[in-house]
Design a protein around this ligand. Structure first.
Ligand code: SF4
Ligand code: SF4
Length: 412
């Protein structure tokens, strides 16, 4: 695709990056076939190719306004289009650059900015969020339906407590405790620590935790995201220096962000080298487990608990780890049911379920139809946002797959 970016923009690193991405697109439109919002809305501007054009026009100096924002806001950042694109177009990087440019040159109304800031402040701090959970018990009836449904599933999970094993193995890894999951489903990382303990690995939990930066990045606040990243690097650095093998995340969206620390911090003279080391050590929990001998976790008593697995977009399109969790679950004795349209987003997508409830609920309904078609005993997934969102729409239990591994080894 030919481009003609605004000269002063073309001289900047973000402008050059956007220009290179735009030029790599050959305008074939294959990506539209797997775009969830294009499938729902049927509008070219709600598909990846149309959004690429909107960003191009904006960066070439054409006035961009509320219509451009609406189409970019409707994008889930699911990256299904990247998996489909035969030319390797880095759509999500371009989208981030386009959204930042739009926020700068055509700011949203103050009310919207305030609401987004509030989401970042509340959701990125696990202690703040944990203090709000008891309030949700009292005010559930006053919340908008989609948030009230999620609150109900969170309240059921917040009370589950699992003991964290003492760190006695020579092999050690650090866990990203994160923000939302640490407040609402802290038992998932405790289950992970127990599973890794059985495999001969101690999981270290730094004293306090915070967001990996994903939340701020997705809400177009990159400098705030980098503050989270710097604090996380400082928090983990002593244990990295002491020989920790990996930084592990049990939320695939956070795993994807951790692997991008090198990219986001590349221009920071104080943190670029450390960020690159951290990114090279970061592992999604599925990568860690897949590399180990799983025989201590296998059970032959799980045949009657068939599972429907929802592979989060961050796992299959972001990390390109499609099929890894399914292979692990089968190796541990679980039966996995077929799921149609597995490449499509469930509608959680960070804060999308809050900011775009209509589209999000349509995607949720379609996803649950696919997952429940074969009447699974349990739905499993690999990302906390998907887990909460899926649970808000079904009475069937939705679990993180690592909880199933903990159960497998207990049932031996
Ligand atoms: S992003 Fe890829 S698939 Fe989509 S129009 Fe461009 S080249 Fe084609
Ligand atoms: S990221 Fe997802 S929603 Fe956005 S354009 Fe690509 S496929 Fe469509």
């Amino acid at each position: 695709m030919q481009t003609n970016l605004i000269p002063q923009l073309k001289e900047t690193p973000p402008g050059q990056e956007a220009d290179a991405i735009l030029r790599s697109c050959v305008h074939c439109g294959f990506c539209n076939a797997t775009c969830p919002t294009y499938q729902l809305l049927g509008d070219e501007l709600d598909g990846p190719r149309g959004r690429i054009y909107l960003i191009k026009q904006m960066l070439e100096g054409e006035a961009a306004g509320d219509a451009t924002r609406m189409h970019l806001d409707r994008c889930l950042s699911c990256r299904a289009c990247e998996t489909t694109c035969p030319s390797g177009v880095q759509y999500s990087r371009l989208l981030d650059l386009g959204r930042e440019h739009l926020e700068k040159h055509h700011p949203r109304p103050a009310r919207e900015r305030l609401f987004r800031k509030m989401l970042r402040v509340v959701l990125s701090d696990s202690r703040r969020l944990a203090r709000l959970i008891p309030l949700a018990r009292w005010f559930r009836k006053l919340l908008p339906t989609n948030i009230a449904q999620s609150a109900a599933s969170i309240l059921d999970s917040a009370d589950i407590k699992i003991e964290w094993p003492a760190p006695h193995h020579p092999r050690k890894m650090i866990i990203l405790d994160g923000c939302v999951q640490a407040a609402t489903h802290s038992h998932i990382n405790a289950a992970t620590a127990n599973v890794l303990d059985r495999l001969g690995i101690s999981l270290l939990r730094p004293q306090d935790s915070e967001c990996c930066g994903a939340l701020s990045l997705h809400l177009s606040a990159p400098e705030e995201a980098m503050q989270h990243m710097r604090r996380n690097i400082d928090r983990w650095w002593p244990q990295i220096e002491a020989g920790a093998e990996a930084i592990v995340s049990t939320a695939s969206a956070c795993s994807s962000t951790l692997k991008d620390y090198a990219y986001h911090m590349k221009d920071d003279p104080h943190y670029a080298t450390k960020a690159a080391r951290l990114a090279s050590l970061s592992r999604d929990i599925s990568e860690v487990i897949a590399a180990e001998d799983l025989s201590p976790l296998h059970s032959s008593k799980l045949i009657n608990n068939p599972i429907a697995f929802h592979s989060p977009c961050s796992l299959q399109h972001g990390l390109k780890l499609e099929g890894k969790v399914e292979t692990i679950l089968r190796a541990c004795g679980y039966v996995l049911l077929p799921v149609s349209n597995a490449h499509l987003c469930c509608g959680a997508a960070g804060t999308y379920s809050i900011l775009q409830p209509t589209l999000s609920n349509q995607l949720l309904s379609n996803k649950l139809d696919s997952l429940e078609a074969e009447s699974p005993h349990t739905i499993a997934t690999a990302n906390i946002g998907c887990l909460i969102h899926l649970q808000s729409g079904t009475n069937r239990q939705v679990k993180h797959w690592i909880e199933l591994l903990a159960q497998a080894s207990e049932s031996k």
